[in-house]
Design a protein around this ligand. Structure first.
Ligand SMILES: Nc1nc2c(ncn2[C@@H]2O[C@H](COP(=O)(O)OP(=O)(O)OP(=O)(O)O)[C@@H](O)[C@H]2O)c(=O)[nH]1
Ligand SMILES: [Mg+2]
Length: 471
């Protein structure tokens, strides 16, 4: 008994040492960040990507898979002990259940490690054995990247900006009324601070619902385990008056600074700065459906998000990255299964145009970029129907609300993306030429052949762009 347990311990220690040695010397790690604004499709993307890397029957454009060089793929404990594990099994079980359902909203960062045993390509293939590559996939809300802009702003500047921005926004009326009846110089009383923070948070939620993306601080919308803590109990106030000691204004200023130091900075330091490759998911169709203002707002949010990928712009990030950089960035318009494939090129063009300015700068900073239209989990089939003497390219699927089968035509996207982006930029209230609809489809019940992952559109191309050169 004793001897075996000692031997066990020794063996385990040797294994541990080997693990570390293996990892550092021979087994490369690629860290892929997956981000996007709320409901952009992050959870479904990661779930389907992993399922399709485990069962690679539908991954013909992932070259190593097509060449049969991936000998095995398996999930492993992730290397970061304090980050929640991405709940792959639960999400996949939901998506592939007999009555499939979309996963619940996820509110924080999570991570998963997938390891691939890969046969080498080329001349050395026969001489050397297979090697193992670890792929760490990190899911985090895009809203957290928007907070980067706060680091360079003090409380007075931030407050002034926010109060100007919300002047004409109906969503903020309750918060504005509360601010008007608040004396910032009064002594701090916690219920008053709480009421202000709650009203401000309500405004942020309403603004987000209405299609505004300029909704920082990001954790107000996605508080995770910080909900109710002082770092999230502040709000913008007019700062032109006096701020005596122990006043509401003093404390709001202090909490704003604490938010920057204890929430924003640690995220960038512990997670963002370690990412090698990044996927930015965008629900472009959803924004087009909401109208010109949502499109313009999304463009703004994308530009802000992508600012984080140019560390040179920000002293704090430059110091964090220390010359390291994100090597590749993929911009993916999700839910492309809402469109017949004849329109996918147009969606990609819109995606490219949306992020063009930011992409040019990312290229300048050394990252390779690509834009694609994808569907992580295909919920529709394509069809062509005749309607009032015209033929229409439609998609068919099960409607999420009613459970009924329906054919759906979302409208024709313009060939030239500027037909959408220019009116959006010029503040148009609605689209002139066409109306765009979206429908919520339920995931279809699946019968998967052994070796096949869930059906998708271009997930293999996305994987090839992100990983292909390392396999
Ligand atoms: N038709 C279709 N719908 C999709 C697809 N991917 C996502 N969706 C829809 O988009 C919704 C949001 O997807 P999620 O993956 O949960 O998005 P998320 O970015 O993780 O959302 P949060 O966790 O709330 O930030 C889903 O509930 C689906 O309705 C897809 O490939 N096809
Ligand atoms: Mg999610």
């Amino acid at each position: 008994m004793v001897i075996t347990s000692i031997a066990d311990t020794v063996l385990r220690q040797i294994e541990n040492v080997q693990d570390t040695v293996n990892e550092t010397l021979f087994e490369p790690v690629v860290r892929i960040g997956v981000t996007g604004l709320a409901r952009s499709g992050k959870t479904v993307f990661i779930t389907s990507l992993i399922a399709n890397l485990l069962d690679r029957g539908r991954m013909p454009h992932l070259v190593a898979a097509a060449e049969g060089r991936i000998e095995a793929a398996f999930l492993q404990p992730q290397p970061d002990d304090t980050v929640p594990r991405f709940d792959f099994e639960t999400h996949l079980a939901q998506l592939t259940a007999r009555e499939p359902a979309w996963p619940d909203s996820t509110r924080a960062i999570s991570e998963l490690r997938l390891s691939l045993r890969v046969q080498r390509a080329g001349l050395l293939a026969g001489l050397q054995g297979p090697r193992t590559i670890h792929v760490d996939i990190v899911d985090y809300p895009g809203e957290w990247l928007l907070d980067l802009a706060l680091l360079d702003k003090d409380y007075a500047t931030w407050s002034a900006e926010v109060l100007t921005r919300i002047k004409d926004r109906a969503e903020a009326s309750a918060f504005k009324a509360l601010v008007a009846s608040t004396d910032p110089a009064a002594a701090l009383e916690e219920p008053a601070a709480k009421a202000l923070a709650a009203a401000f948070t309500n405004y942020l939620h309403a603004a987000r619902q209405a299609g505004f993306y300029d909704c920082t601080p990001g954790r107000f919308l996605l508080p995770g385990d910080l909900a109710g803590s002082p770092v999230l109990t502040f709000a913008p106030l007019p700062t032109d008056g006096k701020a005596p000691r122990k006043s509401l204004l003093r404390e709001m200023t202090r909490r704003y600074e604490a938010y920057k130091h204890q929430v924003v900075r640690p995220f960038f330091r512990d997670h963002f700065a370690r990412i090698d490759r990044q996927v930015v998911l965008v629900d472009a169709l959803g924004a087009i459906h909401k109208g010109p203002r949502a499109v313009e707002d999304m463009r703004g949010a994308m530009t802000d998000i992508l600012g984080a990928f140019r560390p040179g712009q920000n002293a704090f990030l430059t110091q964090l990255f220390q010359g390291k950089r994100v090597e590749k960035i993929l911009f993916a318009a999700t839910k492309a299964d809402h469109l017949h494939h004849r329109q996918h090129g147009r969606l990609t063009a819109i995606m490219e145009a949306l992020v063009r300015g930011a992409v040019d700068r990312a290229r300048f900073a050394g990252a390779e970029t690509s834009a694609m239209a994808i569907a992580s989990l295909r919920a529709t089939v394509e069809d062509t129907v005749s309607h009032e003497g015209q033929t229409l390219d439609v998609v068919r699927g099960t409607l999420l609300d009613s459970g009924k089968q329906a054919a759906f035509y979302p409208g024709a996207l313009p060939e030239d993306p500027s037909h959408l982006l220019t009116p959006a930029r010029n503040g148009a209230k609605s689209w002139l030429e066409d109306d765009y609809r979206v429908m919520n489809f339920a995931p279809s019940p699946l019968t998967l052949r052994p070796g096949d992952g869930p059906p998708h559109i271009r997930l293999d191309k996305a994987a090839q762009f992100l990983l292909g050169d390392r396999l």
